[in-house]
Design a protein around this ligand. Structure first.
Ligand SMILES: C[S@@+](CC[C@H](N)C(=O)[O-])C[C@H]1O[C@@H](n2cnc3c(N)ncnc32)[C@H](O)[C@@H]1O
Length: 258
């Protein structure tokens, strides 16, 4: 990342307290989200996540070789069709830097409690940590499909979910596998877009997915202040005609589909 991009991101940190609602939110949902926002900072660790982390740590050598297809790779950032950048990453660094933190994980759990549907979708499984919070918050009969481009990272997540009947993990670049997922699955209740992190690409995924969601379904975009292009994407998608209402939670934004 270049210096001006880093400065820009640091300048956005004071926006992370945000909790700004568009018009039209039912009072109960608004209160629930506001409370979740406050209480996500507190509380003890969640047992299912602790176990997930233990499995990851026991099944992996500390250094993992990964292929990065996202904007971080700096290659074909808008289409995600590059062959990716190969890197070696330490597992603990990966947990600390790319996976959902405890605070935002708790927020995901509350969101899933409120809105997960019979079938739900995540783009960007990574180690499955955010997904573990989402599954923990979902009804035990609700299903999750999650897509991860890097095979080694996906295998670690797959191993940690080997006991779960609720999760289907798909390995592949979004540009390659998402069309088939959308052909085979409809009526997503909750969608979490947390991969690639290029603004143009993110808008493309949002526009491709909303038609496969239930009316009133929630699409969560993560890292809306990760870069100028992601911020622009958020500003653009929240005005789409298919969006009924939105909430800006600082780091992530939620769009409610008409
Ligand atoms: C920020 S991490 C996801 C974190 C995870 N959702 C969580 O909450 O713990 C983003 C993941 O998306 C994957 N990714 C990025 N661009 C991709 C692409 N174009 N196709 C498939 N996977 C991609 C990366 O390999 C990375 O593991």
């Amino acid at each position: 990342m270049n210096f001006s991009a880093l400065l820009w991101r640091l300048g956005q940190l004071n926006q992370y307290w945000k909790c700004e609602f568009s018009e039209g939110w039912p009072a109960a949902e608004k209160e629930h989200l506001q409370a979740a926002r406050i209480f996500s900072r507190h509380g003890s660790s969640i047992e299912s996540v602790k176990e997930h982390l233990q499995i990851l740590r026991s099944s992996s050598t500390s250094e993992i070789e990964i292929i990065d297809f996202g904007a971080v790779s700096g290659v074909a950032p808008q289409t995600g069709t590059s062959t990716g950048i190969h890197r070696k990453v330490d597992l603990n660094t990966m947990i600390a830097t790319t996976a959902s933190s405890e605070k935002w994980g708790r927020m995901l759990l509350r969101i899933a409690q409120l809105k997960s549907g019979k079938i739900n979708l995540e783009l960007g499984t990574n180690l499955g940590i955010g997904l573990r919070y989402l599954v923990t918050g979902s009804h035990f009969l609700n299903q999750w499909i999650s897509i991860e481009g890097d095979p080694n990272t996906a295998n670690l997540a797959r191993n940690a979910f080997s006991d779960s009947q609720q999760v289907t993990l798909i390995t592949g670049r979004f540009s390659d596998v998402l069309p088939q997922v959308l052909e085979d699955n409809h009526d997503f209740g909750l969608v979490f877009i947390d991969g690639h992190h290029d603004g143009i690409a993110t808008q493309k995924y949002a526009d491709a997915i909303f038609g496969n969601m239930t009316s009133g379904g929630w699409m969560v975009l993560d890292d809306i202040r990760w870069s100028l292009s992601m911020k622009h994407a958020w500003e653009q998608v929240k005005t789409r005609p298919w969006v009924e209402r939105w909430v800006d939670l600082g780091k992530m934004g939620i769009l409610v589909v008409k």
